[in-house]
Design a protein around this ligand. Structure first.
Ligand code: FES
Length: 85
């Protein structure tokens, strides 16, 4: 597959302090473990302006709200699990 997926995690102060700090490490480790580093462009972003519904994660143009360390694995499996080798 040549199409890249862009994944951006909000590291604004609200999302950062409510769990995204730990979720960043989890996602990095997930991408590495599943050899998805080349397909998924993963980066941090400033406040997305949606603090009330955060912590937030954007995958391409879609925002996934209310993420946490407890649910991130199932979100990743659902969203990008089909890309695993
Ligand atoms: S800090 Fe994440 S949306 Fe504002």
């Amino acid at each position: 597959m040549s199409q890249k997926i862009e994944m951006e995690i909000c590291l604004g102060s609200s999302c950062f302090s409510r769990g995204n700090k730990d979720v960043v490490n989890y996602i990095r480790e997930y991408l590495k473990r599943n050899h998805l580093d080349d397909i998924i462009i993963f980066k941090g972003s400033r406040c997305m302006g949606l603090c009330n519904t955060g912590p937030n994660l954007r995958i391409n143009d879609r925002i996934i709200e209310d993420i946490s360390i407890e649910v991130i694995e199932s979100i990743l499996e659902k969203e990008i699990g089909n890309l695993k080798l």
